[in-house]
Ligand binder design. Structure first.
Ligand SMILES: *Cc1c(COP(=O)(O)O)cnc(C)c1O
Length: 228
């Protein structure tokens, strides 16, 4: 870990985790939810494999990566772990086979074509549909109007187990900004009887939990700022 000064020391890291855990527990208490109803997904993109090992040593078991290629580079050091790896970045269908080998959960399925490619890989996979709830050009995800058909397509594909929806609202440093998006995602999930709701990051995990998140994806609050 010494090779990457951007990583927190083990003591700092334990403190960071305790702080995040307190925030999750407080939000669960406010919302009248059980702590076990929210999964803390540690987002390790940009950080070296050692960040995953350090987090695993502190008890975390679910990790999020954004890029297939980055996961490929870390895989040798982390694949043996008793852990689940989630792809939370956009997936091009030409990388779907490799993604299916490297990840246990693909949170960013946003087209029927991609879903079919993942099913073709033959590996049993847990998948979520990424929904685009804003008009931002740069964001990936299925339009809300396309979700019903996509849900049907995925449910009919062998090997894919559809567990929920995921979203990434436009960036804002105001932790309340994303709340209306969170409400919309939860309602959409309810419409399709999907139990999983992946939403909320370091700065807005409280609002996400209050609005029903079952997975919060946390990077910065655990590992510190990512270097550009
Ligand atoms: C980077 C990333 C996160 C984590 O964001 P932080 O603000 O560092 O907690 C969560 N979700 C997705 C899709 C990301 O790309």
């Amino acid at each position: 870990m010494a090779s990457n000064p951007a990583l927190p020391s083990p003591a700092e890291f334990a403190e960071n985790l305790a702080r995040v855990e307190d925030r999750i527990q407080a939000a669960c208490a406010r919302a009248g939810r059980a702590r076990e109803s929210v999964l803390l997904l540690a987002v390790t993109k940009v950080f070296p494999a050692e960040a995953v090992l350090a987090a695993h040593a502190l008890g975390l078991r679910d990790f999020g990566e954004n890029y297939v290629q980055e996961m490929e580079q870390k895989a040798a050091k982390i694949r043996h772990l008793d852990a689940r790896f989630h792809l939370i970045g956009h997936l091009q269908s030409n990388k779907s086979r490799r993604a299916a080998e490297l990840f246990d959960v693909i949170q960013t399925v946003d087209s029927a074509k991609l879903a079919r490619r993942l099913a073709d890989s033959g590996r049993p996979l847990e998948v979520m549909i990424e929904v685009k709830l804003s008009e931002e050009e740069s964001k990936h995800g299925a339009a809300p109007g396309d979700v019903p058909a996509l849900v049907e397509t995925i449910r009919a594909l062998p090997g894919l187990h559809l567990t929920g929806l995921m979203t990434m609202p436009p960036w804002s440093d105001d932790p309340e900004f994303a709340r209306p998006y969170f409400v919309r995602l939860r309602r959409l999930a309810e419409t399709h009887a999907l139990p999983g709701i992946s939403m909320g990051m370091s700065h807005d995990l409280e609002a996400a939990i209050e609005e029903g998140a079952t997975i919060v994806r946390v990077g910065t609050a655990l590992f510190g700022r990512r270097r550009p």
